[in-house]
Write a protein that binds this ligand. Structure first.
Ligand SMILES: Nc1nc2c(c(=O)[nH]1)N[C@H]1C(S)=C(S)[C@@H](COP(=O)(O)OP(=O)(O)OC[C@H]3O[C@@H](n4cnc5c(N)ncnc54)[C@H](O)[C@@H]3O)O[C@H]1N2
Ligand code: MOO
Length: 399
């Protein structure tokens, strides 16, 4: 099989990715980042009643006609209402109710005066200027009218959406089921952080970097852990997830070494879609299916798996969720630093991008993730490019 281009690889993966249409109802507090499955329509006017925007007094504005500092209008204060109280009686002309910001405006009243603008004496207030009908007055429904489509189906819910939905009384919302992603690392050399490091072993960093990346993107990966370099055992774990998982992600075991087991795993349980993509790092990626579960086996080198996760897995995750931010992540800019290596094949290098400038860290080996920690972009260097000088214009993609 010949190496395929990155674009071909993405298109093969997307052919095997179905948008998830299943719906589940979740508590509103757990709905951040989820995709709304049906329009959220306001079932009442919000705010639900006419209310005061000030701490002050409410009365009929007509009673202030001709009022001046010298000849203020007087009102008898017949009650008090804090936000949350409800003053049910009608307020007669010449009377006022003291009320706090957010309190409902009682019947008979049509304006509010700030409490610091009036004088209070013996249960009466003196208003030194004229007020108009509906002055300092908030109307029922002025935020959201009953029947308004407050949040549209398909919206990825942000914090502001949660606030709007809460204001309209939605305790739960119907959202699309999230893609179920399982993640594992292969390799007998791997040890979980926290355990002692024996000779020849290394700590498993891919599992943490990719599980973290999935969580940053709003997914809840099922973290399987380390699969041994035994194709039968690894195959049985992966096949056991069929029907429960949409995407099984692994790292390691995809090259040509003695223990590169993923080839055998795919032979045992699935159908290979492709092996090897014309990119550096991470070329030896395998894509496969096990029934309707998609598998992506990324290469084990930490930066290779980190970069190919962005380039190959992220479009799949977005397609599962019905989103596509891939195009929106493309950026162009100038190199702050030289990149002295020629790129015979298409190469992606880590960089920090800001305001049109890409800074490249000194360390960019596929086996090292250390310098990726300060990076937020991958520079896309076309095949056949010679050494690059500082100031060269390049394209990239934001992580
Ligand atoms: N003869 C050839 N050898 C290699 C080729 C090749 O074309 N011919 N390709 C090289 C390239 S490029 C890559 S990339 C790697 C891919 O290897 P694998 O995907 O099979 O990965 P492993 O051999 O399992 O591991 C590679 C490297 O990464 C370390 N590793 C693996 N998993 C983890 C983990 N979870 N956390 C941290 N580090 C991990 C592993 O110990 C190895 O050092 O193959 C080249 N070889
Ligand atoms: O594709 Mo590999 O990650 O360059 O070493």
């Amino acid at each position: 099989m010949q190496d395929i281009s990155l674009e071909q690889a993405i298109s093969v993966l997307l052919e095997h990715t179905k948008k998830i249409e299943a719906v589940e109802e979740v508590p509103l507090l757990e709905a951040l980042g989820r995709v709304l499955a049906e329009d959220a329509v306001a079932t009442f006017d919000n705010p639900p009643f006419d209310r005061s925007p000030l701490d002050g007094y409410t009365f009929a504005a007509a009673g202030t006609k001709g009022a001046t500092k010298e000849a203020p209008a007087a009102f008898t204060v017949i009650g008090e209402e804090c936000a949350g109280d409800f003053f049910a009686a009608e307020v007669p002309a010449g009377s006022a109710v003291r009320l706090m910001t957010g309190a409902a405006i009682p019947k008979g009243c049509d304006c509010v005066v700030r409490q610091e603008d009036v004088t209070v004496e013996d249960g009466r207030i003196f208003v030194p200027y004229e007020l108009h009908h509906h002055e300092n007055y908030c109307f029922a429904g002025e935020d959201v009218r009953k029947g308004t489509r407050a949040v549209e189906r398909g919206t990825e819910l942000t914090a502001a959406h949660l606030g709007v939905l809460a204001s309209l009384g939605f305790g739960t919302v119907k959202v699309l089921r999230r893609p179920r992603v399982a993640i594992a690392s292969t390799g007998d050399e791997l040890v979980l952080p926290g355990e002692p490091l024996r000779p020849g072993k290394i700590y498993n960093s891919n599992l943490y970097a990719l599980a973290g990346r999935l969580r940053e993107m709003g997914f809840c990966p099922e973290v399987i852990g380390i699969l041994p370099d035994d194709a039968q055992q690894a195959a049985s774990v992966i096949a056991g997830c069929r029907g429960k998982v949409d995407l099984f992600l692994t790292t390691g075991g995809v090259s040509v070494g003695k223990k590169d087991i993923m080839h055998e795993v795919v032979r045992l349980i699935g159908t290979r879609l492709f092996w090897r993509v014309c990119i550096k790092p991470g070329a030896p990626v395998i894509a496969y299916t096990v029934g309707d579960m998609l598998g992506i086996a990324l290469s084990g080198n930490p930066f290779a798996s980190y970069a190919t996760f962005e380039l190959l897995t992220r479009p799949v995750l977005e397609a599962f969720s019905g989103r596509s931010s891939v195009a929106g992540r493309a950026v162009e800019g100038f190199l702050a630093d030289a990149f002295p290596k020629p790129s015979y094949g298409r190469r992606f290098i880590r960089a920090h991008y800001e305001a049109g400038i890409f800074e490249i860290p000194a360390q960019h080996d596929s086996g090292s993730l250390f310098s990726a920690a300060g990076c937020n972009a991958l520079i896309d260097i076309p095949a056949g490019t010679g050494p690059l000088m500082a100031g060269t214009r390049v394209k990239g993609v934001l992580l």
